[in-house]
Design a protein around this ligand. Sequence first.
Ligand code: ADP
Length: 456
Amino acid sequence: MSEANIQTVFVANRGEIALRIIRASRRLGLRVVCGFSEADRGSPYLSLADETICIGPAPAAKSYLNIPAVVRAAQLSGADLIHPGYGFLSENADFAEAVQAAGMTLIGPNADVMRRMGDKVEAKAAMIAAGVPCVPGPDSVLPDDVAEISRIAEEIGYPVILKAAGGGGGRGMRIARAQAELAQAYMLTRQEAQRFFGNPDIYMEKFLERPRHVEIQVMADSHGQALWLGDRDCSMQRRHQKLIEEAPAPGIDRVLIAEIGARCAQSCVEIGYVGAGTFEFLYEDGEFYFIEMNTRIQVEHPVTEMVTGLDIVALQIDVARGGKLAMAQRDVRTEGHAVECRINAEDPLTFAPNPGRVSALHIPGGPGVRVDTHMAAGAEVSASYDSMIAKVIAFGADRTEAIARARSALAEMRIEGIKTNIPLHRELLVEEGFAEGGVSIHHLEHWLKAREVENV
Ligand code: ADP
């Protein structure tokens, strides 16, 4: 199909990211059709699409995760392109195949590349081949022989972590701190891998004790050009869920980051990657260790947009339509600093989800403040989906100014009718460790534990 004919984008997602995709599509002058489930019927964000189509009942398995239903709705809407957003079907290679078979274009890499990067062992092997530094450990699946496994662990050196090749969402991982723990850790991880991911393959790597989570954003076109668009630090996590993200990662040698970024971009060319992607690394003692690649847009992409001035979702759509990236690596410049706070509909102390109706809402503004949300007064937060309802992004000339603006924005923001984690963000934005920058992925949980003890 020629580029001129491609005019309709189907949004196979919901909430704030659906709205983000609607906005990017409209900015590009495309027609945009948004799928919705019964739970999202009548949600205010849907009115910004040119058309909407119901794809099924509230449970995600019957709507947003239902491949035949999504593909059918997209076809009915006359879509040329499908944007999967994040979560749901965004990293599902079977979906990518179904979209292609139905004659449409998925905004993302092709099914083969998606499948390959979705297998962490294969992804690691591809990265080692491309010269991207990985966590020490073999780039192959563990054999089924305990003596051999224990030899591999000795070679890596304890502690080690056993991980499911097909794992995701922080599941299917277990640490062994000594040989005595190894056999059982192996057995349990294998069972879990089979049960959750239908793939019993396990691999092993060095367990890093106090790493930071640092990631590189990439964007590649179908003409052999790949760029890296800077880095992000997402170490502020609870149960592997990111809560605050920022760009750039503070206190890391920029020359080293540029070297890692260039390797990520180069490896995109080598694996035939097209679209937006993220290379996730653990960073410890001045070294980067690749852990996985996400083959989709990420929740935290706005911090990169704020410091680069780029519209990553529009670029995704452009390259999916066969467009050429109109810039070279030297044109990608980052300036200033950006911080993102994920606002969740949950109890700020217990973290229990708190769905319900938003009775009143005040969205902060002012210089350097961006809020990505599908919320409006009267909108319903459904119990059927993720509890994230807004992202507050603050930009500043430097990290101090970005955090100061985030603090003012969070002080101003009001969401009534449901509980949110806004009070938690207010505390975290003045917390000493975070304010200093460069905390490890365990910092937030340690801080929460200490606060709990104080409150008893
Ligand atoms: P998932 O796809 O489930 O998110 P990842 O491979 O990205 O799995 O790992 C999730 C998290 O587990 C990481 O962000 C980190 O906190 C922890 N982790 C993974 N591998 C290691 C490792 N080798 N050492 C220490 N922590 C690790």
